[in-house]
Ligand binder design. Structure first.
Ligand SMILES: Nc1ncnc2c1ncn2[C@@H]1O[C@H](COP(=O)(O)OP(=O)(O)OP(=O)(O)O)[C@@H](O)[C@H]1O
Length: 528
């Protein structure tokens, strides 16, 4: 029996039957469409659209915009679009919650493009706030596509053209729509004089609103307060997200006059298009074995692999690149240019497996991702929903595999509950596990688990799991450090031997691995 057979014996992974295909469009399948409930709360809710043509008749949508929708392949509105578009076309403020990959971007872009109508040369009139630069760029692409032939121009800030961003009223006047991350925007707003003018904003869209309301390290909430103030009291606001949090709902109810809340399907569930699997892997070595087994069985690219930190993303990259997998990694330690290149290469199919952190967990729309692997267990149910939502988008099916170890037990119940609520059968024992107190859960969500390094060789001196006694744990730290150094040196020798047998690109990437390993060792703190 080899190590993999042992792993299989140990595994209590739950394999789930593939969900039935559910229609993204009401017309695709009338019976299933009825199951996608669109709930609204608010006064005088506008009639939902059943076709895009209804917008032309009821709201005189421009033929060019209608044509652009058609050219994007949008022939029938998705459930969120059926309701959010008419709400915004009537200039009502909205709080919208709809599953991942269900077309929320077009749901807010179409009404703002309609309202802005044509370029006025008076600067930004609509602002879309996105949590990451990658998402901002993606939204810019969709916006540019939908604005074609209308003359409206959208802009996003990047670090690369930092200098050009210095207050330049002429440059800013050419643009109508600004798509920005809160960090960058607040930085520019706080320049003396402000490097960006938001006085004319008519629509303020907060994409991934629950993320931006998190009171995290970056203090998104404080940043949003600065942005709101800069936009002035007349800007209409719209909040969009795939996940619901009480904080955003309460804030919206209190602050948005005439609010209409729109919810598609059940709150905080995953899309039904994703087949979900939870796999117990014992410990960190088990994860690598399980990962290699997935490869052995045959991966169907594109594949996304999520890790909890940039250090771990680098470590897994170092392992998988040796296996000859067409892999790359994206995380906060890479330059903006490197991140852009990696995203582009993955979109173009030049990279098949992309290792990433929470940075890519939200909003990113890679076409046709077949598999999401949660190599590290997500820190919260919300994170799980967004991560696995990178597959099963726009009516396509997908698969998500989540590895867990003994260390992940405390959060297992909440993920299992999301799976059950999304229609996946889960073993009863997971649902019967102890429910964590709200405060404990929040604390756990904020701190990432201290995990052993990802390495092919067994960890002779790894942190012992609760159930496994490690005979080496009593040895002095110095001794174990010395031994692990020896293993590292050996591995680097192996990499040099392999380099000769590979292509030029692989040679370069593999040689970088040794350098990256050293950096990983130094920066052991966990962040994306
Ligand atoms: N009416 C439509 N018909 C067909 N495809 C659509 C339609 N609207 C949007 N799409 C496509 O669906 C995919 C997902 O859309 P989008 O990225 O807006 O999802 P989302 O709801 O914002 O997801 P997330 O919550 O993950 O950010 C995109 O590829 C988009 O082009």
């Amino acid at each position: 029996m080899d190590s993999f057979d042992i792993f299989k014996k140990l595994s209590v992974g739950a394999k789930f039957k593939k969900p039935e295909k559910i229609a993204i469009h009401p017309e695709d399948d009338k019976s299933t469409a009825k199951q996608i409930k669109v709930k609204t709360v608010g006064d005088r809710v506008p009639e939902a659209l059943s076709t895009f043509d209804m917008m032309k008749e009821a709201y005189s949508l421009s033929p060019v915009l209608m044509e652009n929708l058609k050219n994007s392949g949008y022939t029938v509105p998705t459930p969120i679009q059926t309701q959010a578009i008419p709400v915004m076309l009537q200039k009502r403020q909205i709080f919208a919650c709809a599953p991942t990959g269900s077309g929320k971007t077009a749901a807010f872009l179409v009404p703002i493009i309609h309202h802005l109508n044509k370029p006025l040369n008076k600067g930004f009139r609509a602002l879309i706030v996105s949590p990451t630069r990658e998402l901002a760029k993606q939204t810019l692409r969709e916006c540019t596509r939908l604005c074609e032939g209308i003359g409206l121009r959208a802009h996003t800030f990047t670090k690369i053209n930092k200098d050009k961003e210095k207050f330049n009223p002429k440059l800013a006047q050419k643009f109508d729509i600004l798509i920005a991350t809160p960090n960058r925007l607040v930085f520019l707003l706080q320049q003396e004089p402000p490097a960006v003018e938001l006085n004319n904003i008519e629509w303020l869209i907060i994409d991934e609103s629950d993320k931006l309301f998190e009171t995290g390290v970056r203090g998104f909430r404080d940043q949003l307060a600065i942005i709101y103030k800069a936009c002035g009291p007349n800007a209409k606001r719209a909040m969009f997200s795939a996940t619901y949090t009480v904080e955003v709902a309460k804030w919206s109810k209190k602050n948005l006059d005439g609010l209409i809340a729109v919810t598609v399907g059940n709150r905080n569930t995953t899309t039904t298009m994703v087949e979900q699997e939870l796999v117990f892997v014992g410990n960190e070595e088990g994860k690598l074995i399980a990962m290699r087994d997935l490869v052995k069985k045959g991966l169907s690219p594109p594949v996304l692999i999520f890790l909890q930190s940039k250090e771990r993303a680098k470590e897994l990259f170092s392992e998988l690149i040796y296996d000859g997998i067409n892999v790359d990694a994206i995380h906060a330690d890479r330059t903006q240019q490197q991140r852009d290149n990696t995203v582009k290469a993955f979109r173009e199919g030049k990279i098949w497996v992309l290792i990433c952190t929470e940075l890519m967990g939200r909003g990113i729309d890679f076409k046709g991702v077949n598999l999401v692997v949660n190599y590290d267990f997500p820190s919260s149910a919300i994170s799980y929903i967004h991560r696995i939502g990178r597959t099963g988008r726009a009516g396509r099916s997908g698969k998500a595999v989540t590895f867990f170890t003994n260390d992940d037990k405390p959060m297992l119940r909440s993920i299992a509950t999301v799976m059950r609520d999304s229609g996946c059968p889960v073993p009863d024992y997971m649902l019967e596990m102890k429910r964590l107190h709200k405060n404990t859960r929040r604390k756990l969500e904020k701190q990432s688990i201290d995990r052993n390094e990802i390495r092919a060789k067994p960890h002779r001196y790894h942190k012992p799991n609760a159930d496994i006694k490690d005979p080496a744990s009593s040895k002095s730290k110095k001794e174990s450090n010395d031994k692990s150094k020896k293993v590292k040196v050996k591995k680097n020798l192996v990499s040099i031997i392999n380099v000769d047998q590979t292509s030029k690109v692989d040679k370069k990437r593999k040689l970088n691995v040794s350098k990256e390993r050293k950096v990983v060792k130094k920066t052991k703190k966990s962040s994306v």
